[in-house]
Design a binder for this molecule. Structure first.
Ligand code: HEM
Ligand code: HEM
Length: 248
């Protein structure tokens, strides 16, 4: 099925089913779905191993997808940008503006994470808000296209088929990437948090100050509390005051 876009007297025919069916369209959709799910998981879900690997994959995929996204957008613009401005195009341009700022802010956050001590809060908010805007307007952009096509198409078979393929590519592609993230988090083994000092450790600030001149201290509270309970049990109630005074 074809749609017609007009500019003045010239008419341009676009094979819509071919556009939906294209592997490039499916790939871009899968990548954007994955970026959105991992992005909102970072924002909404509590700190977890899945989210830590999510941030790494979100950033890596975010960088790797730059080239295909630019390729898709230039092509999509050339194919769909012709003719008088329609509301489909307007919604497309708004989505594109959000995508551009979201990508630039994502790259800035990545750069700040690599070279600096912390990311900038304002860039983080810009990335979050443009991410929300992108998802919102892209869904409206596609929904308006889909609703209109279903209502007006005289032979919708091939278009429906092409769109089903688009949904399949988007779900499978983003699902595989999410599964990689889940698998990575499951296979990860946390290194032991407490390990002994090596034999040739330098104790030059004293045996009770292993990290000096840093002010870092080992958190022995769990062990300390358990030990204290045992001591209190052994010495009985009458000697407790003396014990605490000695401890002070
Ligand atoms: C294009 C679709 C994208 C969407 C919808 C999206 C969405 C999000 C969201 C919602 C967050 C959480 C923000 C927060 O916690 O405040 C986030 C975090 C992040 N995004 Fe994206 N993002 C996208 C693309 C990118 C790209 C292209 C990059 C860079 C290559 C990127 C890099 C990052 C980084 C580094 C973070 C972590 C920031 C932090 O630690 O809070 N994102 N993203
Ligand atoms: C985030 C950026 C965008 C994405 C991911 C996107 C995605 C899509 C997809 C998947 C379709 C259905 C396949 C097709 O018929 O080509 C579509 C349709 C369309 N897009 Fe976009 N688009 C974006 C931005 C734009 C922009 C900037 C324009 C402006 C020229 C635009 C104009 C259109 C038009 C005119 C249609 C077809 C409407 C109809 O069937 O009459 N899109 N878009």
């Amino acid at each position: 099925m074809t749609t017609t876009q007009t500019r003045g007297a010239s008419a341009v025919l676009v094979d819509a089913a071919r556009e939906w069916r294209s592997s490039l369209t499916g790939l871009i959709s899968a990548l954007l779905v994955f970026e959105s799910i991992t992005g909102f998981a970072i924002y909404l879900l509590p700190f977890s191993e899945f989210n830590q690997f999510g941030v790494i994959l979100h950033t890596l995929i975010g960088i790797l997808m730059l080239l295909p996204v630019v390729w898709f957008m230039v092509r999509h613009w050339l194919v769909r940008g012709k003719g008088n401005l329609s509301h489909y195009q307007l919604l497309g341009y708004v989505s594109l503006a959000f995508l551009a700022v979201c990508t630039v802010s994502g790259l800035v956050l990545t750069w700040q994470g690599i070279v600096g001590p912390r990311i900038n809060y304002n860039w983080d908010v810009i990335h979050l808000l443009t991410g929300i805007g992108l998802v919102l307007f892209l869904v409206i952009h596609l929904a308006t296209v889909i609703v209109r096509k279903v209502n007006t198409d005289s032979s919708p078979g091939s278009l429906l088929h092409a769109r089903r393929r688009f949904y399949l590519y988007s779900t499978l592609g983003s699902g595989v990437l999410l599964a990689v993230c889940g698998l990575w988090a499951t296979l990860y083994q946390e290194p032991p948090a407490i390990s002994g000092f090596s034999d040739d450790y330098n104790w030059r600030f004293g045996e009770d100050r292993p990290f000096a001149p840093s002010l870092a201290r080992l958190d022995n509270s769990a062990w300390h509390d358990a030990f204290q309970q045992q001591v209190l049990k052994v010495i009985g109630n009458e000697k407790q005051a003396a014990y605490f005074a000695a401890l002070e």
